[in-house]
Write a protein that binds this ligand. Structure first.
Ligand code: SF4
Length: 358
């Protein structure tokens, strides 16, 4: 095993951090047991989502789907409804497919080998290592943004940490530091340190159990490591959406792959919408005529909503169209706005609906 720390320092880092974790570990709901199903659900939800935001979703999700069999037996729209609001819906779809595979091919047990875990939909290196180490104590080191930041500061690693060569070196360090016999505790300790002490800005070095081994502190580099990532400039996108409403206050939702943006609306129920350039109203009216056969004389513009998706800054331009009768078209759904929560919709769709009440 290759590491930039001596064997003695590695032993001291392990001892200090594990002792700290023993005292400071937060009582998070997914830590109540080492049930691999629960650990797996938490790890998927925690990808790109803050812990505080995940907790209520996690608890509600497990009430609905307490076992992998319950998840595997659910319909996709039931799963998406419980996920609704967490974003990045491909995570939920993959999780649902993986649950079916676990039931069908692994007798309802999350696999115990890295190879089998990586064979499940939506499971990459990080998730596999996290679940297998936390649930089964398999000696696999996790490396995510939090862990990478801690390791980079400990070793004073400069430059963009996501640059492949550097990321591989950090993965090597993570493997070398992994503390037997409890890989799960060790991984969680590193993640916890990154989340609550070695934070991206203003790390609390005075409270850090491994400060005496930290080269970033010794070299006064904590505010320069990690180096800022070079992100592509955000792309501006304008999406016009139509709330077709009849005199009974009912609206029309569509689920047609040709009529929506798969990232923004996550292939769930949505208002008819289209990306527009300059003449939003006209382009939307043309789109409604082509896809739904509706000819509209008036579209009333509602307040614009902002929505950010990865590197896109989206302006949502909602329009209200009062119609005498909603069109009857395949793969559409008619409901009152109050019932929007009863079908899976993305947060962009909720923002469009909210514009009507603004
Ligand atoms: Fe992070 Fe500070 Fe601890 Fe170094 S001493 S690992 S910079 S919190």
């Amino acid at each position: 095993m290759k590491t930039q720390f001596s064997a003695r320092t590695v032993a001291s880092i392990r001892k200090s951090l594990l002792a700290w974790f023993d005292q400071h570990r937060r009582a998070l709901p997914w830590r109540a047991s080492r049930d691999p199903y629960r650990v797996w659900i938490a790890e998927i939800m925690l990808q790109q989502t803050r812990i505080a935001a995940v907790i209520p979703y996690y608890e509600r999700f497990l009430e609905h789907f307490p076992t992998v069999e319950a998840l595997a037996g659910a319909r996709e729209d039931q799963v998406l409804r419980q996920w609704s609001g967490l974003g990045y819906y491909s995570r939920a779809r993959n999780m649902h497919r993986a649950a079916k595979e676990i039931v069908e091919r692994h007798q309802g047990k999350f696999p115990r080998t890295l190879e089998q875990a990586l064979g499940l939909p939506g499971i990459g290196d990080y998730t596999a290592a996290a679940v297998l180490s936390i649930a089964y104590d398999l000696p696999l080191a996790v490396l995510d943004g939090n862990v990478a930041r801690v390791l980079a500061r400990l070793g004073a690693v400069r430059g963009d940490l996501r640059e492949p060569r550097r990321w591989r070196a950090l993965a090597e360090t993570a493997r070398a530091l992994l503390a037997p016999p409890s890989a799960g505790d060790w991984n969680q300790a590193l993640m916890e340190l990154g989340e609550i002490v070695c934070t991206p800005r203003n790390p609390l070095c005075g409270e850090c159990p491994v400060a005496r081994f930290c080269r970033a502190v010794a070299l006064d580099l904590t505010d320069r490591i990690p180096a800022p990532r070079r992100k592509p400039a955000p792309v501006k996108v304008r999406i016009a959406a139509a709330i077709l409403r009849d005199p009974q206050g009912r609206v029309l939702l569509v689920r047609d792959p040709g009529a929506h943006d798969s990232v923004l609306f996550s292939r769930m129920w949505q208002f008819p919408a289209i990306e527009v350039s300059e003449h939003a109203q006209k382009e939307l009216a043309d789109h409604l005529e082509q896809t739904l056969g509706v000819e509209l004389s008036a579209l009333e513009q509602l307040p614009t909503a902002r929505h950010a998706v990865t590197y896109r800054n989206v302006a949502l331009l909602p329009f209200l169209a009062r119609v005498a009768k909603l069109p009857k078209v395949a793969r559409t759904r008619i409901l009152t706005l109050g019932k929007l929560g009863s079908v899976p919709v993305s947060s962009a769709t909720r923002k469009i609906a909210a514009a009507l009440l603004a």
